[in-house]
Each structure stands twice: as C-alpha cells, then as structure tokens.
Design a protein around this ligand. Structure first.
Ligand SMILES: Nc1ncnc2c1ncn2[C@@H]1O[C@H](COP(=O)(O)OP(=O)(O)OP(=O)(O)O)[C@@H](O)[C@H]1O
Ligand SMILES: [Mg+2]
Length: 288
C-alpha cells in the first residue's frame, strides 16, 4: 500500500510568492516568477534539467539567498510564518534543516555523535536535552553503533545518514535535501529514501527534495514540481505529473513503471491510477 495520504486540508508551512532571483553578473534570472505552496507534512519533489534553478530555489527557501548570496531578488518567501529575507539565518536554521548535495560539504570533524550534536550546540540546547536528541537521532538513522567512529572510517552512505541525523537532531519542521542520494549506490540510496519516508510519517517532518532518481522517492512523495529555465512548469500529484505528455520534454527521468502505465493507456488499457511501486502496479492489474 502507498504511504501517501491526500494533500488537501494541510496547513501551509512554506510559501514562495512570485519569486525571482538573478545572481550578480548573470544575464538572466535563475528563478523566474515562481509561486509554490508547501503544506505541513508534505514531501515535495523538485525535478527538471540541469541549470533550471532547482538549487537556487532551495537556497531561497533556506535563506542562503538572500543572506549569503546577494543578487536581484523579487517576491517573498515565508517559512513557518517567518519571512525569509527579513529573518536572521540563526532563527531560520531552527526551522529549516538543509543537507548539501555532497556529504563532504557537511561538517565532519570529530566522531559521529559529536558531529550529530554540532548543529545543536549552535542552538544552545541544554546538555541533557542535547544528549537525548542526539541519541534519538542516531537511533532513527541507524548510526548508534557508529557513535565513536571518526569521519574517515565511514562509507558515503554512513556519512549521509550521519548528516541526516544531525539535521533531525535539530528537530526542524522543514528539511531541504539537494540530491540526497546522488553519491550513493542503489541499495544505500533506497535505504536513505526509506528513512526519509519514515521521518515524514513518524515525526511529521516536511521535505522538499531535489532528486533525479525519481523512482526512489515518488513512492513516498505527495507532490512533484518540475522547473525549466527558472520557471515552474508542472506541479501536482506525482502520478498526474508523470503522465503529463510534456514531462519528458522537461528532461525528467520518468520511472519505468510510470512509462509502462502511459504506454498501456496509449494502447487503451487504462489502469485506475499511475502506480508508484511494482506492488501497486501488480494490485491494479489484478483488480482489472
Ligand atoms: N553562485 C552562482 N553564481 C552565479 N550563477 C549561478 C550560481 N549558482 C547557479 N548559477 C546559475 O543559475 C542557474 C541555475 O542554477 P542551479 O544551480 O540553481 O540549477 P540546478 O537546477 O540546481 O542545476 P543542477 O541540476 O545541475 O544542480 C544556472 O544558469 C547556473 O549557472
Ligand atoms: Mg542543483
């Protein structure tokens, strides 16, 4: 059964209103007039060709733009009731967790447990509370047994889990991930995807995720947003967006199951909905 629940009735957690951003010395805007609402508890995937503005949009939501990157900024981004451009990064980081594409860019310094605690130290969380949260995050991400390991002793997958544990320990309402599985082998990537699904279901964390390997994350996503040339071009339930005839022209890797669904439909075989897992596909064919 799909883990997804329907979207309507959710409270808005993040809203992007007519946002445009141009980097200095750049001829054209990297993000153009984008409007996007993300509901509390949603998992939103962001896709589109290289250079279409995905990472830039993420930076506008976590505050790196305009606080660290300067440029021409128009529109408004509000997260958890805070207007990003007018809120200091230190306050934003209590609400929004962010994981860079490359885990090497996260802070890895001492040992797994000290690295997981790192972000909390900046939030000046009391010692006892810190211990509890670090233990809980390590347990959730399955790295408790690695607590005293040094960074150079970890695999890429273990590093990615440690980085994610550090984000979870801060208990953000929104977590933003830029290609979280790109460096991982298929098995580890699937494990990380499953963990994201658990964090969403069990802790109610909202996610915005840029990911090329859609087949991994579509099963747990509530929405799929496609960008091209800085603009938002498609936005809807993943199964709807993936059956849109334009989707492949935007450079989106349509998962094989969705492709099969579309080609069956072209041959006049209409399944009730576009399945996101082999199990769903089998069930639908069975029901037919
Ligand atoms: N720091 C920067 N300074 C100037 N231009 C930038 C900067 N970062 C990105 N750009 C430009 O902004 C546009 C959007 O880039 P962005 O990194 O947001 O795309 P993306 O969709 O994340 O691409 P990819 O899939 O390759 O990661 C591109 O034209 C890129 O060259
Ligand atoms: Mg990018």
């Amino acid at each position: 059964m799909s883990a997804r629940t329907s979207g309507p009735g959710r409270k808005t957690l993040a809203s992007v209103e007519r946002l445009s951003f141009r980097y200095p010395d750049s001829a054209r805007a990297a993000v153009r007039d984008v409007t996007l609402e993300v509901g509390e508890g949603e998992v939103v995937l962001l896709a589109g060709p290289s250079g279409c503005g995905k990472s830039t949009l993420l930076r506008c939501i976590n505050g790196l733009i305009p606080h660290m990157y300067h440029g021409e900024y128009q529109g408004r981004v509000v997260v958890g009731g805070l207007e990003v451009a007018k809120t200091p990064m230190s306050t934003l980081s209590e609400n929004v967790g962010f994981l860079f594409q490359n885990p090497e860019n996260q802070i890895f310094m001492f040992s797994v447990e000290r690295d997981v605690a790192f972000g909390l130290q900046n939030l000046s969380v009391p010692r006892e509370e810190m211990r509890t949260r670090v233990d809980e995050a390590m347990r959730l991400l399955g790295v408790s047994n690695l607590a005293t390991r040094a960074p150079h002793e970890l695999s890429d997958g273990q590093k990615q889990r440690t980085a994610l544990a550090g984000v979870v320990a801060m208990r953000p309402r929104l977590v933003i991930l830029d290609e979280p599985t790109s460096l991982l082998d298929p098995k580890t990537a699937l494990e990380v995807a499953e963990l994201i699904g658990r964090l969403n279901r069990e802790l109610g964390i909202t996610f915005i995720i840029v990911e090329h390997r859609l087949e991994l994350l579509v099963p747990l996503a509530h929405r799929l947003v496609v960008m091209e040339g800085g603009s938002k071009v498609l936005d809807g339930a993943p199964e709807e967006v993936l059956s849109d005839p334009r989707v492949e022209s935007y450079g989106v890797n349509v998962p094989p199951i969705s492709r099969l669904y579309t080609s069956l439909a072209r041959d006049g075989i209409r399944l009730p909905r576009n399945p996101s897992t082999p199990e769903e596909l089998a069930q639908e064919i069975n029901d037919l």
